[in-house]
Design a protein around this ligand. Structure first.
Ligand code: GSH
Length: 216
C-alpha cells in the first residue's frame, strides 16, 4: 500500500471528493489539501499551474509525480493499486463504465454542479443572495439529467452492470450534494430511484470520511 499519495484539492469540490472516495474504496493511505511538503497550491495560484497547466483541482501527487483530470486519476489509482477491481473485465462493460465516466464529468457536472449547485455554494446575487433567475434557468437541465440517470439506474443498485464501479465513484459526490440541495423544489423526490441510490452510496464504509449525511 502506498503512503505517498496526496490529493491536491479542496474537500468541498465534487471532483476532489471523487478522488478521495476512490482512495477510500481502494483502502489507500492519502493526504488531502492544497498544501503539501511546505508548498501551497491554492486555487488559481501560479504554483497550481506548475502541476496542472489548466489550474484545476484535483491533482494527484503520487511520489511527487502530478496527474490531473479526475477520470484519469481514478483509473490510474484503480489500475495501479487495486487490480482494476473498480472496472469490469468484460470489454463492452468496461467501455460502458468509461462512457458513463465521461458523461458524468461533462454533461452531468455542467447541469448539476456548475450551473445549479454552485449558485447555492457561492451565491453571486446582491448581498450574497442566491440568484433565483440563475437557479430557474438551470433547473430544466437538472431535471433532464436526473431523468437520464434514473432511467439508467432503474432496477439496478449501481450505474453499470449492477457492479459498483468508477462511474459510481464519479457520480456519488454530485448526487449526494443534489439530494441535500437547499432549494424548495423537490428535484430528487423522497421515493426516487436516485435518492435510494444516494443512500446506498452513503451506506458504504468508504463513504464515511468523504460525504456529509443526507439531511433532507
Ligand atoms: N475536468 C476537470 C475539472 C476539474 C474542475 O473543474 N475542478 C474545479 C473544482 S470542482 C476547480 O478546480 N475549480 C477552480 C477554478 O476553476 O479555479 C477534472 O475532471 O478534474
Amino acid at each position: 500500500m502506498s503512503h505517498q499519495i496526496h490529493i491536491v484539492g479542496v474537500q468541498f469540490s465534487s471532483f476532489t471528493r471523487a478522488v478521495q472516495f476512490c482512495c477510500e474504496e481502494i483502502g489507500l493511505t492519502y493526504t488531502l489539501g492544497t498544501a503539501v511538503n511546505g508548498q501551497e497550491y491554492s486555487l488559481r495560484s501560479p504554483a497550481l499551474k506548475t502541476i496542472n497547466p489548466f489550474s484545476k483541482v484535483p491533482v494527484l501527487l503520487d511520489a511527487d509525480r502530478p496527474l490531473y483530470e479526475t477520470q484519469s486519476i481514478c483509473r490510474y489509482l484503480d489500475n495501479q493499486y487495486n487490480q482494476a477491481r473498480l472496472q469490469p473485465q468484460d470489454a463492452w462493460q468496461k467501455a460502458e463504465v468509461d462512457q458513463w465516466c465521461a458523461a458524468i464529468t461533462t454533461y452531468a457536472d455542467k447541469a448539476i454542479v456548475r450551473n445549479y449547485l454552485l449558485e447555492f455554494l457561492f451565491p453571486k446575487g446582491p448581498n450574497g443572495s442566491v440568484r433565483e433567475d440563475v437557479v430557474a434557468a438551470a433547473i430544466p437541465d437538472v431535471i433532464q439529467v436526473v431523468g437520464i440517470l434514473e432511467q439508467q439506474l432503474g432496477g439496478k443498485d449501481f450505474l453499470v452492470g449492477n457492479q459498483f464501479s468508477l462511474a459510481d465513484i464519479l457520480l456519488a459526490p454530485m448526487i449526494t450534494y443534489l439530494v441535500n440541495a437547499p432549494h424548495n423544489l423537490d428535484l430528487v423526490s423522497k421515493d426516487s430511484v436516485l435518492r435510494s441510490y444516494a443512500m446506498r452510496i452513503l451506506a458504504r464504509p468508504a463513504a464515511k470520511n468523504v460525504f456529509i449525511p443526507i439531511v433532507k
